[in-house]
Design a protein around this ligand. Structure first.
Ligand SMILES: [Fe+2]
Length: 285
């Protein structure tokens, strides 16, 4: 297979568009230029023709980067995420890293990429912000993105959790019971919430680590507590049943999350009187 095909075989229906999607991932991580991406957009209509002539016509190089096989994008993401966690201070980091170490060499189960509107709309902006300081981690997330099972969770009663969160978030478990790699009573992955959305007060039995990759975002740890702004890369550790709320800032909220046990015990919303006010609040950059 020629390098310009970006790992997508020639001739399959939709393969031109799939190459364009892979080129978009490379563009988002800075690996190719806007002009090369545009050439892939033009070539996307022709499943049976390689992109090289379109690139050559425009005097552009064939991308140097060979995309990883899908399984290896997941393993590379785990490696990048674990390396990132290793540099963070605070409680919960070592517990989560132990869970990762125990499960990361298991078999990878790949899923057919299903579009998720929250991910499609907000992940690129979150990754652009992350890439400014952590380009390796941003690139690893972008590469694994199409092979992760993104879920917009519907386990909360809609009236309790609110419309904004119900339709404005997505998560992808990387290690866990239903994840890309199996792990018993442990859950580790990515969590994305749209800008300015309120994730209302809630609690759960699972001890939880959030490692926010964007920020600042607002947090409180009890309905009677003040909202605190925390920047990116300052982890939050929620011991079992500690109430917590997240008010997303101007950037999409993207974090690594870890549940170190009681991962099947569902979360519960805690009533509060000021949700309407917090939902209307607009946080600045
Ligand atoms: Fe939580």
């Amino acid at each position: 297979m020629s390098r310009g095909l970006l790992g997508v075989p020639l001739g399959e229906p939709g393969s031109g568009r799939e190459r364009y999607a892979r080129a978009m991932e490379l563009y988002q991580t800075g690996a190719i230029s806007a002009a090369v991406l545009e050439a892939y957009r033009v070539a996307a209509a022709r499943d049976a023709q390689p992109p090289e002539p379109v690139l050559a016509e425009r005097g552009l190089p064939v991308p140097e980067v060979l995309p990883l096989a899908p399984e290896n994008t997941i393993r590379a993401l785990i490696a990048a995420a674990d390396l990132y966690l290793a540099g963070l201070p605070g409680p919960g980091i070592s517990e989560v890293r132990q869970g990762i170490a125990a499960a990361r060499h298991g078999p990878v189960s790949l899923v057919a990429a299903e579009p998720n509107p929250v991910v499609d709309r907000h992940l690129p902006e979150a990754l652009r912000a992350l890439a400014a300081t952590h380009p390796g981690l941003a690139a690893a997330i972008a590469a694994a993105r199409p092979h992760l099972r993104w879920i917009t969770y519907n386990g909360y009663p809609r009236a309790e959790i609110g419309e904004g969160f119900a339709t404005g978030h997505a998560f992808a478990s990387i290690l866990g019971e239903e994840a890309s790699l199996p792990a018993a009573d442990f859950d580790f992955g990515l969590f994305l919430i749209a800008p300015q959305v309120l994730y209302r007060d809630h609690h759960h039995a699972a001890p939880e680590l959030y490692a926010p990759l964007t920020g600042p975002h607002g947090w409180r740890f009890g309905p009677d507590q003040p909202l605190l702004l925390r920047p990116a890369h300052v982890p939050v550790w929620n011991p079992p049943h500690q109430p917590h709320l997240t008010k997303v800032g101007a950037l999409p909220f993207l974090c690594l999350f870890g549940w170190t046990r009681d991962a099947q015990s569902p979360a519960q919303v805690i009533p509060a009187r000021d949700w309407a006010e917090l939902e209307a609040l607009r946080l600045a950059h």
